[in-house]
Design a protein around this ligand. Structure first.
Ligand SMILES: C[S@@+](CC[C@H](N)C(=O)[O-])C[C@H]1O[C@@H](n2cnc3c(N)ncnc32)[C@H](O)[C@@H]1O
Length: 278
């Protein structure tokens, strides 16, 4: 969805991002991070992001059978999984993201492309009629689902695990207690996509809040001279690992390993939970 932000509609994100956008006035056009304008920016940033890949591949090598990747996006994890020589079903909600994945597959070797089955679907309720040796949900994307959505996700995953199969999902484990910036409500950083383009990213996360709001906009110098300022925003639920472990247990999924991930951002530590059906 695309919305022109005006002071009258007051649809600015909360905190620092809202203040910055208010200063830009009616040049601002707001998008969801995963819509037609947001998806290529997400893809540009994702293509420069190698987090979790090594850890996911290490677990994938240790289990046999085909792989189901949920919320696969434009294929940041899908392509490395395919490169292991395994069949990968890539399930994704948004057509725009699946189109980007298909573009990447089209440029990949034919053998690798042939092993991938892209599927448009909702990870909160899916029925693929087969089972998998490994189900992967990376990039802390479990946080995109509400309580009912996660219950549906875990039941669907349980039904798609082959005997001895593993479910691997990442989540934000904790805030780094050593990091001063971890206690700040707004984190304002600049990052670079695979294309070389630079982005300003403002994360609004009041202490104890159940969600953080991420807003991506052009760096200040670029925005100063732009006639139209495309701004992308998304809200990300904060789901501590302990809470997910309880929910997984309720769904008949037992934790077999916890893999600590290198810091994914300036103030988060993530963890990869590995579970099996009981
Ligand atoms: C943070 S991105 C991660 C994409 C990819 N795994 C990566 O590492 O780049 C989250 C993805 O989840 C997708 N998504 C959101 N809700 C979903 C749902 N209910 N079912 C399947 N995919 C969903 C979004 O469209 C987006 O592509």
């Amino acid at each position: 969805m695309t919305t022109t932000v005006t002071a009258a509609t007051r649809q600015y994100p909360p905190g620092l991002a809202g203040e910055v956008l208010a200063g830009y006035g009616d040049r601002v056009v707001l998008h969801d991070l995963y819509d037609a304008v947001g998806a290529p920016v997400y893809h540009d940033l994702a293509a420069a992001d190698t987090s979790e890949i090594r850890e996911v591949l290490r677990v994938a090598r240790a289990v046999t059978g085909p792989v189901l990747e949920l919320a696969s996006g434009s294929g940041r994890l899908t392509l490395p999984l395919l490169a292991l020589g395994r069949g990968v079903t890539a399930l994704e909600l948004k057509a725009e993201m699946l189109d980007l994945l298909r573009e990447r597959l089209a440029a990949a070797p034919a053998g690798l492309r042939a092993r991938c089955v892209p599927v448009q679907g909702d990870m909160a309720a899916f029925e693929l009629g087969r089972t998998f040796g490994l189900v992967v949900l990376g990039t802390t994307s479990v946080s995109l689902l509400d309580d009912a959505g996660r219950a549906g996700l875990f039941a669907s995953v349980r039904a798609h695990l082959a005997p001895g199969g593993r479910f691997l999902l990442s989540t934000v484990d904790m805030v780094d207690p050593e990091d001063e910036s971890a206690r700040a409500t707004d984190l304002d950083i600049e990052g670079q996509g695979a294309s070389g383009r630079r982005y300003r990213m403002i994360e609004h996360w009041p202490e104890g809040a159940p969600a953080r709001r991420v807003t991506i906009l052009p760096p200040a110098a670029e925005a100063a001279t732009a006639d139209r300022i495309e701004v992308l925003t998304t809200s990300i639920r904060v789901l501590p690992a302990q809470r997910l472990e309880r929910e997984l247990a309720d769904a008949g999924l037992r934790i077999t390993a916890r893999h600590t991930l290198p810091a994914s951002g300036p103030r988060h530590r993530d963890v990869l939970l590995e579970a099996e059906g009981v």
